[in-house]
Design a protein around this ligand. Structure first.
Ligand SMILES: Nc1ncnc2c1ncn2[C@@H]1O[C@H](COP(=O)(O)OP(=O)(O)OP(=O)(O)O)[C@@H](O)[C@H]1O
Ligand SMILES: [Mg+2]
Length: 176
């Protein structure tokens, strides 16, 4: 079945990380991952999983102050950006396209937190929108911290379908 986007329930931080690992294993050079969602919704955790899936062993720390962290020791380079502190005009001045065009930098995976701050988007990207989600039945009568839900959208419909099939295969709870 063809779907526009995929919605996945992420019961805990480990589920977020596991989703990242799965993605890190299948992403192609030049893939751009746009991450959006409220403070603390799990963006960095997902990137940590992607790094693990790429075979990067260095710890992935949020580039809130450094803006861009580059990890070059994995299967593909990982460029991790966080736009939280920037105004849209400042983002435009960064010339981020040099990361996904592969001219000045070796093509790799570009993961951008707070991608809402982008005034223009790359021609192709995978979007992850993370949201807080209650734990449903599991939380009944208990004080469980909130889980998360992620909606995944790709400009390339065949990539959405491939990811959907892969995640179902790996036991993720997908709903569309
Ligand atoms: N599916 C999940 N369920 C519950 N907690 C989660 C889940 N995924 C991640 N977390 C936890 O949420 C907290 C915040 O995660 P993280 O730092 O990845 O969020 P973030 O979106 O990058 O935050 P920021 O907006 O500050 O960049 C961490 O403690 C992490 O372990
Ligand atoms: Mg973060």
């Amino acid at each position: 079945m063809t779907e526009e986007s995929i919605t996945i329930f992420l019961a805990d931080a480990n589920a977020t990380r596991r989703l990242g690992i799965t993605l890190g294993q299948i992403l192609d050079p030049g893939n751009v991952i746009l991450l959006s969602g409220d403070l603390g919704s799990g963006k960095t955790t997902l990137v940590q999983g992607i790094a693990e899936g790429l075979g990067i062993t260095e710890p992935i720390v949020s580039p809130t102050f450094t803006l861009i962290n580059e990890y070059l020791a994995g299967k593909l380079p990982l460029y991790h950006l966080d736009l939280y502190r920037l105004q849209p005009k400042e983002v435009t001045n960064l010339n981020l396209e040099s990361y996904w065009e592969g001219v000045d930098f070796e093509l790799g995976i570009v993961a951008i937190e707070w991608a809402e701050r982008l005034e223009y988007k790359p021609p192709n990207y995978l979007q992850f929108c993370l949201k807080y989600q209650d734990n449903g039945d599991a939380a009944k009568g208990k004080l469980l911290p909130p889980a998360r839900q992620v909606e995944i959208f790709s400009v390339d419909l065949s990539q959405t379908n491939n990811i959907n099939a892969l995640l179902k295969n790996q036991g993720f709870t997908t709903s569309s």
